[in-house]
Design a binder for this molecule. Sequence first.
Ligand code: EPU
Length: 422
Amino acid sequence: MDKFRIEGGRRLEGTLRISGAKNAALPELAACLLTNEVVELRNLPRVRDIQTMARLLGHMSVGVEGPEGEGAEARVRLRAETISHAEAPYDLVKTMRASVLVLGPLVGRTGYARVSMPGGCAIGARPIDLHLKALERLGAEITTEHGYVEAKAKRLRGARLVFDRITVTGTENVMMAATLAEGETVLENVAREPEVSDLAQLLVAMGARIEGAGTSTIRIEGVASLHGAKHEVIADRIATGTFLAAGAITGGDLLLEGARGEHLDAVVDKLAECGVTVTKEQEGLRVRGGGRLRGADVTTEEYPGFPTDMQAQYMALVTQAAGTSIVTETIFENRFLHASELVRMGADIAIRGNQAIVRGPTPLSGAAVIASDLRASASLVIAGLAAQGTTIVDRVYHIDRGYERIEEKLRALGGRIERISG
Ligand code: EPU
């Protein structure tokens, strides 16, 4: 298992291009199952989860060319001319929960899907009951047996439904399924994340009739078939936020090219409250640290609120801010695993239920720490960049799932970080 060795205390400076969003690209790859024509995605991030999804599609006999090329040119061409087995096996689902995103498109197009039921993960139980309940409302017959969900339908029928709770991949799964259903589907209390809107944009380019993506009600008029399309994946707002935090904690000056400021208002506002200057430039976002950091409370919420996927990185930042910051996590029940590792590096953090009380600033000192999930690992890397001495972050496979060669990017900005292959 690879590790990172980080020598902290270096200011980050320079320009970095933000890659495509993993959480937009994953459902967009799955969307290729809705048509027998070619879907081409550009600006695909070169991260492990994307490879896993491509493998899963290959397993179903989807023709996958690529990913090839770099940066904005990185692209993949997918063609699901026929689907040999509409199944997501346990081995792939257990490594990536987002595999469940094939369920909606498969049952929509072929009337059948068999998907291994994802288990709990480090950050919470993460059930998929709302995906299943919604597909049932569209007429799918759902059974669960031997750890697999089976969904069957001659053809899905449009329906009106209200999600009990906002779910991002649930919204995406059901929106994809409904594109090929008979008649109109109205989904209420849906996720408004930019990744949902980006997926809707691809589906519309494929001939789907969708309105309201980005609001809490989405209307879909089912069509008989979808066709091929080309689409550019939106910039990753969470990678952007992660580099904003890294720039801020090192007192640096970074220009994040291609970053979409309008997707990050809650993060930028919170950083401003902490005394970090983030400005919208023509090329993207610029962060300038160096002033005295002030603590500020934050509560994670669905979009457009402060993202749970930025909570861990924010916590690392406010360990260096003056005063008490109360970080409240409302989306996942166990997303504070990074806190005890940050404490090992010198942070003062007390956990009370779904709140972390961070008192700062406390000097951080390099230590050996273990990454427990994707964003927790990013938080430890950020802390390592600010710490005195050497930090070793173990299990960086978590970070490789969602960040594109983060150590090379940080090195290009002046960070001292290297991968130790193990
Ligand atoms: N939930 C249910 N039942 C369901 C679905 C969700 O109870 O059927 C609960 C979850 O347990 C959770 C809450 O609803 O407590 C919200 O979960 P959601 O379904 O929105 O999460 P997700 O779709 O599984 C996506 C991202 C996550 C991100 C969350 C929240 C992808 C591939 N994943 O997950 O990204 O944290 O939305 O914004 O889009 C990450 O990138 O590090 C990551 C974990």
